[in-house]
Design a protein around this ligand. Structure first.
Ligand SMILES: Cc1ncc(COP(=O)(O)O)c(C=O)c1O
Length: 398
């Protein structure tokens, strides 16, 4: 038997150290350093009539437990529950509400969250409103007697507005209504949501946290013990669990989170600066640019850079020309045209037909997501190779 390699904790471990070691230690039996993947669906029970720690993998699984422990350490506490996708995590979270409850949302949210609330949970009497979360007054105005959560995304998808978490925290404290952050676009190496007073943090693990374009997953991490119990119950009851193989990939992928975040943030800044100079582009949205309206908040709230995602709006709205733009970008660079973000590959997405297709066109356009709107998530390629494709693509408008 290998003895436990217990660390003597003289001080709080840094993020990079936790990303590698939290939830893991060499396997006591073999000394294996990479986490042991336990695929078993069922577990032998030692004693008749006595519950074992592991019984059936829908409820609890050893590989999943390692991931849970790591996510809790990285987020800075709380109780984590992981799900088969980010949307499954959100569904579990919102299902803790009851008919008649209300949620206050920031003005721009992921299209799938909108579809969940508008097309599904509304049938069960759960209501929502969007408000401008940029001032205390505007948030207060949206609060109703039945408001149960202040729910924000930061940066928002796809326009990358930064929600000031100190401000939300202030309103949350005054009103007694907990605030929840969908931090998919700002993983815990960058934004310490709990330190701002968030009660619950939700992630699509499919993005930065796993980071390699090869899994779907989601997590809810909460400081509220009662809520954690409810979510655990929903997790077991609905069965939208994360498989041991997926947990393993997240465990391995998250080890490089901080490194990846820094690399893509550096590249994205270079690309955003380039896009900003192009005359065919009406607007560039990147929190790292001093011209971004929330740049000051972003500097305070985002450690180690501003992330991989840049959005931009072209003057051109003609479908035929936009298609030529995308085809040219693909022809001259390794950029992929597709959904999603935060992967080794640079991905060019078109929110009007992808992530935000479920928003009514009028709502979408009122948010500035016009037909000329693109979202670019830079990967680990050399910046020059990304720029080459964009230059060639933008040339077609000259
Ligand atoms: C902000 C945000 N939250 C949640 C989700 C849903 O995550 P998943 O795709 O893992 O279901 C997404 C997906 O893009 C997202 O961008």
């Amino acid at each position: 038997m290998f003895t436990k390699n217990k660390l003597v904790l003289k001080k709080k471990l840094g993020f990079g150290t936790l990303a590698v070691h939290a939830g893991e230690e060499p396997d006591p039996e073999t000394g294996a350093v990479a986490p042991v993947l336990v695929r078993s669906k069922t577990f032998a029970q030692k004693d008749f009539g006595k519950e074992s720690k592991y019984q059936y993998s829908r409820g609890k699984n050893p590989t999943r437990d390692k991931l849970i422990e790591k996510l809790e350490a990285l987020e800075g506490g709380g109780t984590a529950t992981v799900f088969s996708s980010g949307l499954a995590a959100e569904t579990a979270f919102f299902l803790t509400l009851s008919p008649g409850d209300h949620v206050l949302l920031c003005q721009e949210i992921y299209g799938g969250t909108f579809r969940l609330l508008d097309g599904f949970l509304s049938r069960f009497g759960i209501t929502y409103d969007f408000v401008d979360f940029s001032t205390e007054e505007s948030i207060q105005k949206g609060i109703k007697s039945n408001t149960k959560y202040l729910f924000v995304e930061t940066p928002t998808n796809p326009s990358l507005h930064i929600i000031d978490l100190s401000l939300v925290s202030k309103v949350s404290k005054k009103s007694g209504i907990p605030f929840v952050v969908d931090a998919t676009f700002s993983p815990p190496c960058a934004t310490r949501a709990f330190e701002y007073g968030a009660e619950t943090v939700i992630h699509s693990l499919s993005k930065y946290i796993a980071g390699h374009n090869d899994i779907l997953g989601g997590s809810v991490i909460t400081k509220n013990k009662k809520l954690a119990e409810q979510i655990d119950f929903i997790h077991r009851t609905l069965g939208a669990v994360l498989s041991p193989d997926e947990c393993y990939r997240v465990l391995q992928g998250v080890k490089t989170l901080e490194l990846r975040w820094k690399r893509v943030s550096d590249t994205a800044l270079v690309v955003a600066q380039f896009l900003k100079k192009q005359k065919n582009i009406k607007n560039v949205y990147y929190p790292g640019l001093p011209s971004h309206p929330n740049h000051t908040i972003a500097k305070r709230q985002s450690i180690g850079g501003f992330g991989a995602v840049i959005s931009f709006e072209l003057y051109e709205h003609s479908f035929r020309k936009l298609k030529r733009f995308v085809d040219t970008v693909r022809k001259y660079s390794p950029i992929i045209y597709g959904e999603s973000l935060a992967s080794p590959e640079t991905i060019l997405a078109y929110p009007p037909l992808m992530s935000h297709k479920s928003l009514p066109k009028s709502v979408r356009e009122s948010l500035g997501i016009t037909d000329g709107f693109f979202r670019l998530s830079v990967g680990f390629e050399d910046p020059a190779d990304i720029l080459e494709g964009l230059k060639k693509g933008l040339n077609i408008f000259n």
